[in-house]
Design a protein. Structure first.
Length: 263
């Protein structure tokens, strides 16, 4: 498949999506949105891909919506006019709803909807060049692209309010202390570190991993009784990979690493 604004490659069981508009700090254009949606759909349908890394080319991870491009024409179809989410909602759902582990390799600036994309990842590994900026109030906007939902769940309400209302820049060390980054590594080691982390995940039974993510997301705001019931549902999903269930037991008894196929 030919990509206009991203690169997509696979390394073993890991897919790597690289936003590739470095001259614009990987700002989000219509073409980039289409490419990212297509790449994630490809990764989701490929059973050989068990985790995905999202990163950016050049100095930026993603600087948010591209405000320098041509203004899109007004929507003309009835379905488009009735779309309550618009592209920013679909952008947020793309990352949050992706049902395989998603690792953000944060190589530079994350701003606006680009920061929301980073927050939509399950885990974020950043370099000393990583920095975060909510940006919205500077553009006379309130938060969108999932920012108002994601940010307080990651850093807490007061710190989310601080970052949104001041629109201040958060550098890598503070981002790590706030929880915007889970790990901080040297810039030259960023992709290797993200790959090593992804490979830690992909060595486990893939159906169990995907189900674990689904259960964690579903139960994040559930009461205990509801959560326990959905955990039972999750167990039934994970056990459908009958060969991996057998391999898990065999590798444990034989004191060796398991070899899992997702079947």
């Amino acid at each position: 498949m030919t990509w206009q604004t991203i690169d997509y490659e696979t390394r073993g069981h890991v897919g790597i999506v690289t936003l590739n508009r470095p001259e614009k700090l990987n700002a989000i254009s219509g073409e980039l949105r289409s490419d990212v949606h297509a790449a994630f759909a490809l990764a989701r349908e490929d059973d050989e891909i068990r985790a995905v890394i999202l990163t950016g080319a050049g100095r930026g991870f993603c600087s948010g919506a591209d405000l320098t491009g041509q203004v899109p024409p007004p929507e003309t179809s009835q379905n488009a006019r009735l779309d309550e989410m618009s592209w920013v909602g679909r952008w947020a759902k793309l990352f949050h709803d992706f049902d395989k582990p998603l690792i953000g390799a944060i190589n530079g600036v994350c701003a606006g909807a680009g920061m929301s994309a980073a927050l939509g990842c399950d885990v974020r590994i950043g370099s000393e060049h990583a920095r975060f900026k909510t940006t919205f109030v500077e553009r006379s906007l309130s938060p969108d692209s999932g920012m108002s939902w994601l940010l307080p769940r990651i850093v807490g309400y007061a710190d989310a309010a601080d970052l949104i209302l001041t629109s201040r820049m958060v550098l890598a060390d503070e981002a790590k202390s706030l929880g915007l980054l889970n790990r901080l590594v040297a810039h030259d080691d960023l992709l290797d570190a993200a790959l090593a982390y992804a490979e830690e995940i992909t060595r486990w039974p893939p159906l169990a991993v995907r189900t674990a993510k689904k259960v964690l997301q579903t139960n994040f705001e559930s009461d205990l009784d509801t959560a326990l019931k959905y955990e039972s549902v999750g167990l039934s999903f994970a056990r459908r990979a009958v060969n991996d269930v057998k391999e898990s037991r065999a590798s444990f008894l034989e004191k060796r690493k398991g070899v899992y196929t997702g079947t």
